[in-house]
Unconditional design. Structure first.
Length: 228
C-alpha cells in the first residue's frame, strides 16, 4: 500500500497498513476538536469532507503559516487541546491563507507577464524549452506554487527564484519524463545547495551568479530534447 500525502508517497508494509486503517477509523469516529474549527472556518461539514477538500482547502490553510512566517503556529494549532485557543489559531491560519493566496496570485501574474514578454522578443529560430525567472521582490514562501502553475500553463520545466539573504533562492517543477534534478546536477557549480525529488526541486544560488540563467536553460534544452 502507498499513502499519498501530496506531494509525497510513503510505502506501507501490511502491518503498518493495518495499524493506519485502524487509527484512521478511530479518528473519523472521534476527530480532534481542533479540526472542527478548521473545517468550520473553511465552510465544510466534517461528515461531508472528501480528499479534494483536504488537499486543496484544509492543507493549504495549515501550510500557509509556514510559507509566510513561523510554521510553529501550525504545530501549535494541531497539538492544541483548548477549543477557545484553537478557534483563535484557526483564525490566524485563515488570515494567513488569505494573504498567501493574494501574494501568489500577484507573483503568478508577474511571472506570466515576464515570460510572455520574453517570448514575444525571442528569436524565431530559438528553441526555448525551459523557464528560469528571477525577481528579488518575490516572496520565497510561494515560489513552489508559482513554479507549478507555470508548468501547468506552459508545460515547460520551470525554475522560479527570488533573492534571500544575498542569495538567489527558489523552487523548480518539472514535466512528465524529465528529471529536473538530474539535469541540474550537470551545472551543480551554479548552486550552493539543493534538495530534490524527481520532479520537484528547492535550490539556492550564490548572489553573484543570479544572472547566469543561460547555462541552466541550455542544460534544460539539451535534456528536454531527449524526451521530445
Amino acid at each position: 500500500m502507498l499513502l499519498q500525502l501530496p506531494p509525497i508517497w510513503f510505502p506501507f508494509s501490511e502491518k503498518t497498513e493495518s495499524s493506519f486503517i485502524s487509527a484512521s477509523g478511530k479518528l473519523l469516529k472521534n476527530p480532534a476538536r481542533v479540526f472542527e474549527t478548521l473545517i468550520r472556518n473553511a465552510g465544510f461539514r466534517f461528515d461531508k469532507i472528501n480528499t479534494s477538500n483536504v488537499v486543496f482547502s484544509l492543507g493549504p490553510r495549515i501550510n500557509a503559516v509556514g510559507r509566510l512566517g513561523d510554521a510553529t503556529r501550525a504545530v501549535e494549532f494541531l497539538t492544541c487541546d483548548n477549543l477557545a485557543k484553537a478557534e483563535s489559531l484557526a483564525g490566524v491560519l485563515e488570515s494567513e491563507n488569505t494573504n498567501r493566496k493574494k501574494i501568489d496570485t500577484e507573483i503568478y501574474l508577474q511571472a506570466q507577464d515576464t515570460y510572455d514578454d520574453y517570448q514575444d522578443n525571442l528569436a524565431a529560430d530559438c528553441d526555448d524549452v525551459a523557464i528560469v525567472l528571477h525577481n528579488a521582490d518575490w516572496h520565497p514562501g510561494v515560489l513552489g506554487i508559482i513554479a507549478s502553475r507555470m508548468v501547468e500553463k506552459y508545460y515547460k520545466p520551470s525554475i522560479i527564484l527570488t533573492t534571500f539573504n544575498g542569495h538567489a533562492k527558489g523552487s523548480a517543477r518539472s514535466v512528465n519524463n524529465f528529471n529536473i534534478y538530474e539535469a541540474l546536477k550537470q551545472c551543480a557549480s551554479e548552486f550552493t545547495r539543493s534538495c530534490a525529488v524527481r520532479r520537484t526541486l528547492s535550490c539556492g544560488r550564490s548572489g553573484n551568479r543570479i544572472r547566469k540563467n543561460r547555462r541552466i536553460q541550455k542544460v534544460f534544452q539539451q535534456d528536454c530534447k531527449k524526451h521530445h
